[in-house]
Design a protein around this ligand. Structure first.
Ligand code: PEP
Ligand code: MN
Length: 375
């Protein structure tokens, strides 16, 4: 298996799984997708704010009703804090009930004995345990992903929407359904679906999937994205310039946000689109400890959030909220300052993929956002 997007072993039968997923019920309802679209339109107009967050990669072994409720309660508490500090209603969106497939920059990583091992690509594809058997992609895992996502959605309080990266065509395509009442097609794997930084080629398969559904959709904007490509993305994803349809998630890193975002904000202004703008301060600020683990510095993330808000306010746009990787548990995966990076011990490091904020760290980023956004 090579490349960003997972592929299945030649000996496996993904089509059998696709056929079964086609027979399964939609995971989310069309009405709830439309309700989120309406709420995001309010955000686009500056009247509401978004807190989107959850695991980098959800794990099958963590999919209990109890853990779902704790994640939902965390989002609702963060939303309440944002409402208190910004005076705006909060829209809660989990990275939940489908965040099971990861794009990767490298196909292999060094295994425990130093031998190259296929990388972990999310529980819908392979397993985290560092053995060749566990890391071999297995399309049947998509069926487990579906079943567990259904359980999670059933346990989610009514006020939290579900979102994930729309990466795996063999999972997403069979769940795209036709709503007879409106004639529209919806991706029924989640209310909001997004294309990641590595798969946002304006003519690539992920953007084509998003272009073909009526859900609210999002795309990550990161280093290397040209204004010309952003213009094509807007034309493909939001041709009618409908507030609530398109969310743009900026993830440039603290060093680049103030330099790179202004030109893209200008591209958006000229396009006539009114997207929701979110800051993902996680993915442009990943660094490594001396023992090679990924971590992120809260100071840097707060600085990116502040820069994001400054740039958008200067461009006359509403900085609509935050997209975070976080945990309701007191994990130690991110650190407070740059000085801590090299030697950080990170005793409660439990993420399957990228380092998450613990509750206190998440609140620090919310405070940075609230301080930068006027009432
Ligand atoms: C992610 O959200 O986990 C991710 C991989 O982000 P990005 O596409 O921005 O790199
Ligand atoms: Mn991540």
């Amino acid at each position: 298996m090579t490349g960003t997007v997972p592929t299945w072993p030649a000996t496996s039968d993904p089509d059998a799984v696709v056929a079964l997923l086609e027979q399964r019920a939609p995971l989310v309802g069309y009405e709830r997708c439309r309700a989120l679209h309406d709420e995001l339109a309010e955000v686009a107009e500056g009247r509401a704010v978004v807190v989107q967050g959850g695991d980098c990669a959800e794990m099958f072994t963590d999919m209990s009703a109890a853990s779902t409720r704790r994640k939902a309660e965390q989002l609702i508490a963060l939303g309440a804090a944002l409402t208190a500090s910004t005076g705006r209603r909060a829209v809660h969106i989990g990275r939940i009930a489908g965040q099971f497939a990861k794009p990767r920059s490298h196909a292999t990583e060094p295994g425990p004995d130093g031998e190259p091992l296929p990388v972990y690509r999310g529980d819908a594809v392979n397993a985290l345990t560092p053995t060749i058997e566990s890391r071999t992609a297995d399309p049947w895992r998509m069926l487990t992903a579906y079943d567990l996502a259904a359980d999670v959605l059933a346990a989610l309080p009514g006020d939290v929407y579900a979102s994930h990266e729309m990466l795996l065509a063999d999972y997403e395509q069979p769940l795209i359904r036709h709503d007879a009442a409106t004639g529209a097609r919806y991706g029924t794997s989640g209310h909001l679906l997004w294309a990641g930084h590595r798969t946002r080629d304006p003519y690539g398969p992920q953007i084509s999937m998003l272009a073909g559904i009526a859900n609210p959709v999002a795309v990550k904007l990161g280093p290397g994205l040209t204004p010309a490509d952003l213009a094509v993305l807007i034309d493909r994803l939001d041709p009618a310039r409908t507030p609530g349809r398109l969310t743009l998630i900026a993830r440039f890193g603290a060093d680049d946000i103030r330099r790179k975002l202004p030109a893209l904000a200008e591209t958006v202004r000229r396009s006539g689109a009114r997207p929701v703008w979110l800051s993902d301060p996680m993915h442009g600020n990943t660094v490594r400890t001396r023992d090679g683990r990924k971590t992120r510095v809260v100071d840097d993330m707060a600085d990116e959030v502040t820069g994001f808000a400054e740039v958008l306010l200067a461009a006359g746009s509403h900085p609509g909220g935050l997209h975070l990787e976080l945990s309701p548990d007191d994990v130690t995966e991110c650190v407070a300052t740059r000085a801590e990076v090299a030697t950080a011990a990170l005793p409660r490091y439990r993420t399957a993929c990228d380092p998450r904020l613990n509750p206190a760290q998440a609140r620090t980023l919310l405070s940075a956002y609230a301080a930068a956004v006027p009432d």
